[in-house]
Structures are given as C-alpha cells and as structure tokens.
Design a protein around this ligand. Structure first.
Ligand code: F6P
Length: 341
C-alpha cells in the first residue's frame, strides 16, 4: 500500500513518535511505502512531500515538535480544497492518508472522509480535550512541565510572600490546570468549565493567609473567565483564524487579587514551553500505539475513524465522535481537587 501521513495544527510532544511508528509498522512489517506531507494539510493541498523510509525516522522518537512541520491551513480554507486533496491522492497513488492533529485537523479529516477520501486520523493535543479518547498524547508531558514549574514557583512565592497566578494552556478546558494543580498542591485551580467568582476566589486565597500561610499559588487555565458580573474582564476577542485570542487572565487576576488581598501578586504565563521538548515515556508509548493501530486500520480499510484510548486498549472510533463535542472537566473531577486545595 501507499500511505501519506501529515501533522497539522499546534504541535505536541509525541508527534514524531507517531510518524516513526507509522513508518515502522507500514514499511518494515507490511512492505508499504509511506510519504510525509510537509506542514500539515498545506503539504497535501500543494503536493509538497517527501518519502519516509526507516532511515528518515531514525532517532526521532524522543524529539519534540514534528519533523514534518505543521500549519493551521485547512482544506476548507480553499474553495477547491477537497477536490485538490482528492486529485493529489490519486496522482500520488495513495491508498490512505493519516492526519495527526487536534480538533481542527480532525474536523478537516471528517470533511475529506465525508467526501469519500480514505482517511484514518490520530488525535493529538496537550489540552486532552478530544472526546472519544480517554487521553491524548502530549497531555502527560505538558502536565509534567507545568507541575515542575509550579514546584519551582512555590519556593520563590514563599521567599517573597506573594500570590503567584500561574496561567497554563487550555483554551476551552482545564485538564492541564486540574492535573498540574493537583500534582503540585496548588491553593486554587481555575478552569474554563467553571466560571470563577472573584469574591469566592479572593476568600479562598485570603483564608490561607488568615491561617498564617505566607504565600499562595493559583493555577488558571488560559481560557478561564469570570462569572458574568463578577469582575470587569477583557476577554481578548478572536484571532485571524477565529480562535479565542489570549485574554491574559493571569494578568487580570493578579491585579484584582493584589488589590483585594493587599498582598503582592504576580502573573506567570507558562505558554508554549508546555508544548516543547521531549515527550514523557507515557506519551511516547501512547503515540507509538496510535501510529501502529492507524496503519492496521488502513490495512483493514476501516476509514473515517480515529484511534482512541479506551481504558488500556486502543480502539478505532468514528471521527464524528471526536469532533462533535469537547471533553470537558466533569464537576466530580473538580470536586476531588477542591478538597485538597
Ligand atoms: O491546542 C493546544 C494549545 O496549546 C492551546 O491550549 C493553546 O491555546 C493553543 O494551542 C495555542 O496555540 P498557538 O499559539 O500555537 O496558535
């Protein structure tokens, strides 16, 4: 068989592990040919690609980012996007394409699949918000980076008797905030799923100082917003892709908490460091399993599906299951964390 692979959307630790696994399973085990499109869907739409053999993927397992490059270009951005993709698949003699990406990429995969193109997707995002899979690779690495940062920030917060408001990634969901906050023993966790009340948050942090503690760490997901009418808030608007723009919630919270508590407060924005660098062993293993199962699905001609972790096993689920809704933090998970704040 001839298989195309691409990585699209924001990068994520573990992308290279998937590419490597696809090539190993397809080339070494099945005798297939694999080509890698450059910069996500752009490569497919412009037939910009290179051949991927075993040498091409040697040494990339532990490397962050993606050796194929990525972009936010989508077939839907072009009037003839789907037809161009169809044409290039035919010209290149491809039996299937494996797009590795998040919500936007999988929506594009669904569009192509609905148009009859042979697609098997692999979900990725550090945000862990893709429905249908228990976990996405990249999440464990991001939580590790954020937890290490929080551990380090505790000592400086304590030295200066400050409130540090640490902003982690999570445009729509608070998985990184929840897990890193629990792992590092944060004193408040603020997630988009639960708009915050500034009076309640001030009281929670204030209680800690009243109990004689000298510092506090608040973890906030970048997409968190106050409850309507709770405080003045600049939501940031949208960027050119229609994504919610960085609102600077940590900065806004630090100003408000400093004023209300009379304690020095500083915002700390972790940003893209959470997406960079080497994936954890957990993410490498999950990514490798996803790649292996994507190739198997191609060989079974089980198209229009994505790989998903269900419990401890890998399943192939319809793309629609992954793109119709987001996997948000459920209230009971927040309640578990709240007890130990
Ligand atoms: O989807 C992953 C994510 O890391 C979000 O949490 C974040 O808002 C976004 O990507 C930022 O992406 P970029 O700045 O690369 O567009």
């Amino acid at each position: 068989m001839r298989i195309g692979v691409l990585t699209s959307g924001g990068d994520c630790p573990g992308l290279n592990a998937v590419i490597r696994s696809v090539v190993h399973r397809a080339v070494a085990d099945h005798g297939d040919e694999v080509i890698g499109f450059h910069d996500g869907w752009r490569g497919l739409l412009e037939a910009d690609y290179r051949k991927l053999d075993l040498d091409a993927v040697s040494g990339i397992l532990a490397r962050g980012g993606t050796v194929l490059g990525s972009s936010r270009v989508q077939p839907a951005h072009l009037v003839d996007g789907v037809e161009r993709a169809r044409g290039h698949l035919a010209e290149l003699g491809l039996d299937a394409v494996i797009p590795i990406g998040g919500e936007g990429t999988l929506k594009a995969a669904r569009l192509l699949s609905d148009a009859g193109l042979p697609v098997v997707g692999v979900p990725k995002t550090i945000d862990n918000d893709i429905a249908g899979t228990d976990v996405t690779f990249g999440f464990d690495t991001a939580v590790g980076v954020a937890t290490e940062a929080l551990d380090r920030l505790k000592t400086t917060a304590e030295s200066h008797q400050r409130v540090l408001i640490v902003e982690v990634m999570g445009r729509h969901t608070g998985w990184i905030a929840l897990h890193s906050g629990m792992a590092a023993g944060a004193h408040a966790i603020v997630v988009p799923e639960r708009p915050f009340d500034i009076d309640e948050l001030t009281a929670l942090v204030g209680k800690r100082f009243q109990a004689g503690k000298k510092f506090a760490i608040v973890v906030v997901a970048e997409g968190a917003k106050p409850r309507a009418g709770s405080m003045e808030f600049d939501a940031g608007g949208k960027d050119v892709y229609g994504h919610e723009r960085f609102a600077g919630v940590a900065r806004q919270l630090s100003v408000e908490l400093e004023r209300r508590l009379g304690k020095e407060a500083r915002p700390v924005i972790l940003g893209h460091v959470q997406r960079g660098g080497t994936p954890t062993p957990y993410d490498r293993v999950l990514a490798t399993r996803f790649g292996w199962h994507a190739v198997e699905a191609v060989h079974r001609r089980e198209f229009g599906r994505i790989t998903a972790l269900r419990g401890t096993e890998i399943a192939l689920i319809p793309i629609a299951e992954a793109v119709d809704s987001l996997k948000t933090v459920p209230p009971h998970r927040y309640a578990e964390a709240e007890t130990v704040l």
